[in-house]
Design a protein around this ligand. Structure first.
Ligand code: URA
Length: 437
């Protein structure tokens, strides 16, 4: 079918046959379909949606657009995790080495920054020398040796997601259930893990703003994974109250991840990382229940074995592990501005969307697909929701390279929300979604 006709059919809300979707994806990957046509197609899907059959066909076409692994290729029990994207969400970075050091292999294929959210690959690449573009053999070598490898899509592995993801990032076509489901599940199935936990973010700082949509996305992904013989579960977690942890920005989030692996770090990072890691250990059969899984995780953290695994993986993927051990030797800007509060009160929330967008404006994300990101910029939150503060208390440190405008500073200040009374905060972990029987 002619490419303009495919776009037109989707624009007019027609259901596309699987072979047409496959043709479109193959055409885009081979360069016969232009970025502007793919952008128009994505926008048509954004507005008209996709049926379950179309979403399954899109996932399949993306997954088969390059090399792929089956669980049996990975030589052991495997589990992986993926988040639908949040602000300050660096959970994959400490979680993967924790799970690996508990004896479960983690073949993790992640993404870059998307919209207002940061990406695991961009964060890892802020470690000088770290390579996320490993091809098949090198990926297997690192995985076999250290039990974990963290990579991205390449021209040979899920190239369709590599190209579409970069396009969606800058064309306002991210917040769309079939596109997110196909993007995540094509990567995850192609990388080969048998078990997969999905962290589906919900709230104003997430792509899914309400619980109904988040549940629909979670169920769609669980169903796709199950149809491909994988064990998939999801957790819905809050991305409405505030960003995760204290750091937002690429190097800054590596620093926070390394600190957590060395026994420091905020309660929300600990709660989410350990809960999802425990899910993975149970799914992989390493623990019978959460109590036993938590004991394994605690030992991995306190013995230093999880941090050691992280350093080994960093080195194996070309990064400089000494930089992670002395975190402020990572590229972090020395130019900072600290904003303080003009009032007393309780912090009831910190708008994650406002800070996510502001971090992109500082240079931590892209506005064109060719943009380089600036690993050295971002934010350090000096308070969290639930803190009681007095006037003049420092709220946030801004790391910048190009001086931020007054307007941006004002938006950042306004991200902090106050209440007179102690706020009752939402639980971070909202709901667990299991496969239907
Ligand atoms: N993560 C992905 O890999 N893809 C999306 O579309 C959203 C989050």
């Amino acid at each position: 079918m002619l490419v303009p006709m495919i776009i037109q059919k989707k624009r007019d809300g027609e259901e596309l046959p699987s072979e047409v979707i496959r043709e479109f994806i193959q055409g885009y990957v081979s360069g016969n379909i232009a970025d502007y046509q793919a952008s128009a197609f994505l926008m048509a899907v954004f507005f008209k949606g996709m049926t379950d059959a179309e979403t399954a066909a899109l996932t399949e076409a993306m997954m088969n657009s390059g090399d792929r692994f089956d669980p049996a290729d990975l030589g052991g029990i495997t589990a992986d995790k993926h988040s639908t994207g949040g602000v300050g969400d660096k959970i994959s970075i400490p979680l993967a080495p924790i799970v690996a050091s508990c004896g479960v292999r983690v073949p993790m294929m992640s993404g870059r920054g998307l919209g207002h959210t940061g990406g695991t690959l961009d964060k890892l690449e802020s470690i000088p020398g770290f390579r996320t573009n490993l091809e098949r053999d090198e990926f297997l070598r690192v995985l076999n040796r250290f039990g974990v490898a963290m990579i991205g899509q390449t021209d040979r592995m899920v190239p369709a997601d590599k190209k579409l993801y970069a396009l969606r990032d800058v064309t306002a076509t991210v917040e769309c259930i079939p596109l997110i489901a196909a993007s995540i599940m094509s990567k995850k199935i192609a990388a080969g893990p048998q078990n997969l936990i999905l962290d589906v973010k919900v709230g104003r700082g997430a792509f899914m703003k309400n619980r109904g949509d988040a549940e629909r996305l979670a169920r769609a992904m669980v169903a796709i994974g199950t149809a491909h013989g994988r064990t998939v579960q999801a957790r819905l977690t809050d991305m409405g109250t505030q960003p995760l942890g204290h750091m937002i920005g690429n190097s800054l989030e590596i620093i926070e991840s390394a600190e957590f692996l060395q026994g420091r770090g905020s309660d929300d990072i600990r709660e989410l990382t350990t809960t999802l890691a425990a899910d993975m250990l149970i799914m992989a059969g390493k623990a019978v229940d959460h109590t036993q899984a938590m004991q394994l995780i605690e030992t991995a953290l306190t013995s230093g074995s999880a941090f050691k695994t992280f350093l080994e993986m960093v080195e194996a993927q070309g990064g400089d592990p000494s930089v992670v051990q002395q975190p402020y030797s990572l590229p972090v800007s020395s130019r900072t501005i600290t904003l303080s509060s003009s009032r007393a009160g309780w912090i009831s929330g910190i708008d994650p969307m406002a800070l996510g967008l502001a971090s992109v404006e500082l240079g931590a994300g892209r506005t064109k697909k060719e943009d380089d990101i600036d690993p050295s910029v971002g934010f350090e939150l000096l308070v969290k929701a639930g803190d009681r503060i007095e006037p003049e208390r420092e709220l946030i440190r801004i790391f910048y390279t190009k001086p931020p405008s007054q307007e941006l500073l004002e938006r950042v200040r306004n991200a902090f929300e106050f209440s007179e009374d102690k706020p009752v905060l939402k639980s971070l972990i909202i709901e667990q979604i299991l496969p239907e029987r």
